[in-house]
Design a protein around this ligand. Structure first.
Ligand code: PLP
Length: 412
């Protein structure tokens, strides 16, 4: 069956923010890997929640609290179905990927990782999947080891065979690199980790916005992602873990909502996932994330992926024509997160020149300082594409880069 054409104009109309001008020019938003924009469906769902159903969850005996609890738990069920979780209890709502990984490091780390144990990460991890493990290693005397990145920008898979041992307690890997765009073979990596008797945690911050996910098929133990990179609100994210593992893990934070009973002598814990959701959660955020997932599914993640792949091919071709521009990461098995350097123009100067033309890109180390060091740069410029990005926007980027190159060459 032939897939219906992707209606990019209709998609763009769903995102009110894209209609505006910035610095007198039509906004070209190419910073979705840092945070995506939100469709009206999400904005409306959050507004509706506050206008009609807001109260605290899980504790009130009144109608609004019942409605808010239903909406919050409905969002959990929506996330569970979206990522192929076996049970909604496997979905822990957190602030985002960073908090999800800190939760695992703080809880599983405390219970299972000690002196002489090893945690195997990679050189392409975002600081969110590095610093929590450094903190844990400092506390426990565990050692961190790092899988290498090839010159092409892929993980050196042979390193897993070399570095995994009975000392390895956990393997942490990003599903998609936020600087290289590469999609890592996390299924194979999870299988290798399990053969060695280690847990496998996947940072899905850059994958959840683009890929259809199935936790059963991926085979990892923990998967973390953020709502704000996939059309949802800020301040809401997800830690998925298999129920049996969550049940074994000690609480991460203490407070209201996460207890079964409390006396002055001690406390017992609520069932999962509530054991890990101390305090009043981000109720409206969860409602908005549910709306974002429904929005993406209404368009279809497969349709979005096909469109993004076509657009990425065009962007790689057009950017590849610009002399002096170097794109990092492989040309296949990747998404449209395009990090590049251009002539000797500093990435921040590039971003400033582009901003004057209404083009939003990111510049810097992208919370990937060890990877930048590995690549031999202190910063890159990064243009990232999403479901509402267009071929014309890629053209606008290339035109502005040509102009930046001319300005730079004249002043050099
Ligand atoms: N991991 C990756 C690969 C990311 O790209 C990001 C954000 O850019 C994060 C983790 C952290 O996400 P958050 O700031 O939403 O917690």
């Amino acid at each position: 069956m032939v897939a219906p054409p992707y209606d990019i104009e209709a998609v763009r109309r769903d995102f009110p923010i894209l209609e505006q001008k910035v610095n007198g020019q039509a906004l070209v938003y190419l910073d979705s890997a840092a945070s995506s924009q939100r469709p009206r469906a999400v904005i409306d769902a959050v507004r509706r929640h506050y206008e009609t159903s807001h109260a605290n969850v899980h504790r009130g005996a009144h109608e609004l609290s019942v409605r808010a609890t239903e909406a919050y738990e409905d969002a959990r069920a929506c996330v569970a179905a979206h990522i192929g979780a076996e049970d909604a209890a496997e979905i822990v709502f957190v602030r985002g990927t960073t908090e999800a990984i800190n939760l695992v490091a703080g809880s599983l780390g405390k219970a299972h990782i000690g002196p002489g144990d090893e945690i195997l990460l990679t050189k392409m991890e975002h600081h969110s999947n590095l610093v929590p493990w450094q903190l844990l290693a400092e506390r426990t005397g565990a050692t961190l080891r790092f899988v290498d990145v090839s010159p092409e920008g892929r993980l050196v898979l042979d390193d897993y065979a070399r570095m995994l041992s009975e000392r390895t307690r956990l393997v942490g890997v990003t599903h998609i690199s936020n600087s290289l765009g590469v999609i890592n073979p996390v299924r194979e990596i999870a299988a290798l980790a399990h053969e060695a008797g280690a847990f496998c945690l996947v940072d899905g911050a850059q994958a959840a916005p683009h890929l259809a996910l199935d936790m059963g098929a991926l085979g990892c133990d923990f998967y973390a992602f953020s709502g704000h990179k996939m059309c949802g609100p800020t301040g809401i994210g997800v830690l998925w873990a298999r129920r049996a593992i969550l049940e074994e893990m000690p609480p991460y934070q203490g407070g209201g909502e996460m207890i079964a009973s409390v006396t002055l002598a001690g406390s017992t814990w609520a069932a999962v996932p509530h054991k890990f959701e101390a305090g009043t959660p981000n109720i409206a955020g969860a409602v908005g994330l549910g709306a974002a997932i429904r929005y993406l599914n209404a368009i279809g993640l497969d349709a979005i992926r096909r469109y993004e792949t076509e657009l990425l091919g065009y962007a790689l071709e057009r950017l590849g024509e610009i002399e002096g521009l170097r794109i990092y990461g492989p040309t296949d098995e990747r998404v449209g997160v395009l990090s590049f350097t251009y002539l000797d123009v500093h990435a921040h100067d590039l971003a400033t020149i582009l901003d004057q033309r209404g083009i939003a890109i990111r510049a810097g180390h992208h919370c990937n300082q060890p990877l930048m060091e590995h690549l031999g740069v202190d910063a890159t410029a990064r243009a990232s594409l999403y479901l509402y990005s267009t071929f014309q926007e890629v053209d606008a980027l290339c035109e502005a880069l040509h102009l930046a190159g001319e300005i730079f060459c004249r002043s050099a």
